[in-house]
Structures are given as C-alpha cells and as structure tokens.
Design a protein around this ligand. Structure first.
Ligand code: ATP
Length: 367
C-alpha cells in the first residue's frame, strides 16, 4: 500500500481557458481513506483522473509511494479505479471480469488467479454469481463485482469515482459500510470522490473540500464541521445548511455586539470570547453563521435572544425544521415534541461558542 503526495497539481483545458484544478497540494497517508467533495465542476473527477493517469496534468507532480508517477502511463500505475457506471465487460462472466485485470497486470499462474478470484468473491459475497453475465445482475451486485475486480488485483491505491450514485438510498448506506469495512480490513489507501457531503463526512478519515478547482479545506470530518475556514465550507458541510445573516459588528466596551439587519436582533459576544480572536476582526462587513442544530428556543425577553416569525414547519421525524423569517433561508432544528405553527412568533438563542463570523468580502472565518 502507498502514501500519495500531490504537489501544485494543475489541469487546464481548452488551451488554458478552463482551469479545472488549480495548484492542488495533498498528502495522503498509507492506509488512509480520503474523501474528496465539492459541487459540480469543482474539479473532483479531474483530480482523480490525474491520480489514475487517465488524464495528464498541465503542471505539478504526483508521487505514489517512492515513485514519481507524473509521467507514468495509467496501465503502469498500480491503481484500481471503481466507477459510478461499474465499467464491467458485458460479454464476460463475473469470474472473467474479475480475472481479466489479474491476467493483464500480473504473471500469476491460472490456478493462483482462480484461487484469488474465488477468495475475493467469497469476501464480497458474490461467489454464487461467478458464472453470471453483468446484465443478469442488479445494480448493487454489479457494484460489488466492480469492487471485487478492483480488490483482487491488490493494488497500491484505490480510486473511487462516485461509485454509489446509481444505487438506491438503502443500498447506498449498506455499500458505504461495506466499502469502509473492506478498506479497514485490507488496510488500503483510498481516495473517494463524491458530491454528497454526507457520504464524504461519514466515510472519510479525512475530507478534502474543493471549489472552483481550488482546495478550500482538508481535515477530519468533525474538525471541518466545527471549524470551517470560510463561508463556502460552512455552507457546504452540514445538512440542513448553516444559516447566514448579514450583521454589523460594533464594539461595546470589551464585548462585541452583532446587530442583525434592520435592527432585527442584537447578540453580544463576551469579552473572553472576543479576546481570543480580536486580531482577526478587521473588516467592516460580516456574515454571522449558525447551524440549525445550534439554535434553540428560549423565553421571550431573555438576554441575547432573537425574535422571529415561523414561515414553515417541516417535520422530519424526531425533529422539526422551523423555517424563520430572519434571512432568505434560516432554519432552527427543534424537538418535535413542541408544537409550532406557521405565523407563530418565537424567541431564539444560541451559544456564542457555536457562532461563526465570516468576513463578507473574503468569506474568511474570523472567529
Ligand atoms: P461533477 O461532480 O459534475 O462530475 P467535478 O467536480 O468532477 O464535477 P470535473 O469533471 O473535474 O468536475 O470538471 C472540472 C471543470 O473542468 C469543469 O468546469 C468542467 O467543465 C471542466 N472540464 C472537465 N473535463 C473537461 C474537458 N475534457 N474539456 C474541457 N473542460 C473540461
């Protein structure tokens, strides 16, 4: 298995008019599971294709283990890739699909190849399908075969390109768990691309967030969730999304007062809290960010509280999402035991530790 190093990786298309990946630096540890996530067009697939060798980079270096593979052809990189559309050979049986790559990339004997295929098929629970052709299989079974075909080769690095997107929600959940189990058991190094932030958060040891071809943030899922470096990451990670409200920031003695639009609310950040961050507060326009799960209902007139009107009550089982009239989209996630109706006035509060403050111009998180 292998450590992967990516240095200043760049990919331009159409003679430079499209910059798909813009100076990406990444270090992926041996045995680590890294998820790469971002909105459509952010450069996820291009990054993966450059790692695999299917796409040549415009500049930058890629190292897998000790080897600089930047100019090494895809077939000579010890990598297995699992695609969204399975990419199985339609006229070959499951056995032949799994055995083919092994035959091409190794000089194992026929007996040894057969032993490896059967052993992997048993590990994947597809041993009864070995004589079937792909069109006789369900989507989930096809993806299992595609995974088995990748695993049987025992490559240095696994690359996954949205492998579960074609499966229904229930199957996706069980396949996620299965991929994680296999990754742990085999100790493989894996890079997993998805546009689904939930999938990225639940599967990755580390999550890498791209936007516009640029690395926005990388870290453990909880770190990124709790400390987004900018407004984009704050809004992209977490569901429902973080709430944003434009605020003016005024000094009030040693505290900071955040004032909502049109005198809608005031929220004081304590001296102790501000003291830890004041060097960063140098802008004039800020956006307050608070996650729906960090907003709670309090008594009318309580300190540091905000009054709002409920537009919509959205029940989601154990919780209700209250859509409030504080900004275009402001949601409070509250216990479903308490009854609320559209039109009700509610008083809200949140803990200052959960408040994010973004510079409205640069998007940078200043707290
Ligand atoms: P999606 O989630 O929609 O697949 P992505 O994050 O994987 O998106 P990429 O497919 O890597 O994004 O594309 C990044 C950018 O590069 C996009 O602007 C895309 O239009 C552009 N691009 C990708 N491939 C090519 C190509 N072969 N020629 C020209 N532009 C391309």
């Amino acid at each position: 298995m292998a450590r992967v190093t990516v240095e200043s990786l760049r990919k331009e298309y159409d003679t430079g008019s499209v910059v798909a990946v813009d100076g990406l630096d990444l270090e992926i540890e041996d045995g680590e599971f890294v998820t790469v996530v971002g909105p459509s067009g952010c450069g996820k697939t291009t990054t993966l294709r450059m790692l695999s060798g299917l796409e040549q980079s415009t500049s930058g270096r890629i190292r897998i283990g000790e080897e600089d593979v930047t100019d090494v052809h895809a077939k000579n990189r010890d990598i297995a890739m699992v695609f969204q559309n399975y990419a199985l050979y339609p006229h070959k049986t499951v056995f032949e699909n799994m055995e083919f790559g092994l035959r091409m990339s190794t000089d194992l004997s026929e007996t040894e190849r057969e032993r490896r295929v059967v052993e992997t098929a048993e590990m994947m629970g597809i041993e009864d399908l070995l004589e079937d052709k792909p069109d006789e299989l369900s989507g989930g079974q096809k993806q299992r075969v595609a995974l088995g075909r990748a695993i049987v080769r025992e490559p240095d690095l696994f690359l996954f390109d949205e492998p579960l997107s074609n499966l229904d929600a229930k199957l996706r959940t069980s396949m996620r768990a299965e991929i994680q189990r296999l990754q742990r058991e085999l100790g493989i190094t894996a890079v997993y691309v998805t546009h689904d932030q939930h999938e990225a958060m639940t599967m990755g040891d580390r999550i890498v967030i791209l936007d516009g071809g640029e690395l926005q943030q990388q870290g453990k899922p909880t770190e990124v969730y709790e400390n987004p470096v900018n407004e984009f990451v704050g809004g992209f990670i977490g569901s429902p999304s973080m709430n944003f409200v434009d605020v003016a920031v005024e000094s009030d003695g040693d505290r900071l007062r955040l004032a909502g639009p049109d005198g809608g609310f005031e929220f004081d950040l304590s001296a102790a809290y501000v003291g830890r961050h004041e060097d960063a507060l140098d802008s004039s326009r800020y956006t307050l960010g608070i996650r729906p799960e960090n907003v709670s209902i309090t008594d009318k007139g309580a300190a540091n509280s905000i009054t709002a009107t409920i537009d919509v009550v959205e029940p989601v089982g154990s919780d209700n999402f209250l859509h409030l009239d504080l900004s275009d989209e402001f949601i409070a996630r509250v216990d479903s035991d308490v009854d609320f109706d559209p039109g009700d006035r509610v008083t809200l509060t949140f803990d200052e530790a959960d408040v994010h403050l973004f510079d409205s111009e640069t998007g940078r998180n200043v707290l």
